[in-house]
Write a protein that binds this ligand. Structure first.
Ligand code: UDP
Length: 258
């Protein structure tokens, strides 16, 4: 077996060269970081769950016409994706006050926001991903005006869709982060959804108990991280009741006759 070439290693994922030009393999690690990587740890099985949850959400978003980088899941920890040029802006969408917004503006966590808020953060670990405005993005050329509009419109659409999806399974979508990429086709490029959508980059609260079912369990030392991620997967119908993702993966392979 030949060793694949690693293209990039991030905090929670590794990118390898894909089988065809223009594709990559996205590998989901169990590593978890918080507070700009000042806090590090491992959540056993997180990668398997995020691979599965992200596959599910991207597939549903594709079905409503949202362009994205996901092609197919390859195995428990890997998915085949389209190679894009990542736009160096993290787009955060908020429905309910939490995290940095609560801290910065002194609004109690859990307060519903009067309207959905979209924020931009410049992707730069050394700077701690500072929040920026559309003025900064335009002035420094991190994204074009049209690209930024596209990203904001897509983020709102993702929010509308996911708020409904999660509400249907008793989960409040408090906030989440999206990343976008440029897909080059001849002389043109278009913006598509990239990265992952999982409890690593979203705040998901149980609607009745307000229990946190996301990475805040790790950030705030609440414990029960895997159980929380599993609960999200289970409610999305990705695990049998009380099931183990490893078993599910074996079953899905068997189902495909592999
Ligand atoms: N988020 C993320 N990556 C980041 C920063 C934030 O995925 O580098 C997500 C985070 O999980 C939350 C939302 O974006 O769902 C808003 O995060 P916030 O600005 O409140 O920052 P935090 O409190 O996580 O530092």
């Amino acid at each position: 077996m030949t060793r694949r070439r690693q293209v990039y290693e991030g905090k929670a994922k590794i990118l390898y060269e894909g089988p065809e030009p223009g594709t990559l393999i996205q590998y989901f690690k169990d590593d978890a970081t918080a507070f700009n990587a000042q806090k590090k740890g491992t959540i056993n099985g997180k990668g398997v769950l995020n691979n599965r949850i992200s596959e599910h959400i991207f597939t549903l978003l594709g079905a409503i016409g949202m362009p994205h980088h996901f092609i197919r899941r390859l195995n428990m920890r890997e998915q085949l994706i389209r190679q894009v040029e990542i736009v160096p802006i993290e787009v955060v969408v908020r429905n309910v006050a939490a995290g940095s917004l609560s801290k910065r503006l002194g609004i109690e966590e859990g307060t519903p926001l009067p309207r959905t808020i979209v924020e931009y953060y410049y992707k730069d670990d050394a700077l701690g991903d500072p929040m920026v405005s559309d003025e900064h993005i335009a002035a420094f050329g991190w994204a074009g005006q049209e690209e930024l509009h596209e990203m904001a419109d897509m983020a709102i659409r993702v929010n509308d869709f996911m708020s409904g999806l999660f509400a249907g399974i008793g989960i409040r979508l408090v906030d989440f982060k999206l990343e976008f990429g440029r897909l080059y086709e001849n002389d043109f490029s278009r913006i598509i959804l990239a990265d992952e959508i999982s409890p690593d980059g979203a705040r998901l609260w149980d609607m009745t108990t307000n229990e946190k079912l996301d990475k805040d369990r790790f950030r705030r030392d609440l414990g029960g991280e895997v159980e929380a991620y599993q609960e999200v997967a289970r409610r999305l119908g990705l695990l049998p009741e009380g099931g183990d993702p490893v078993v599910v993966d074996l079953e899905s392979r068997r189902g495909k006759g592999k």
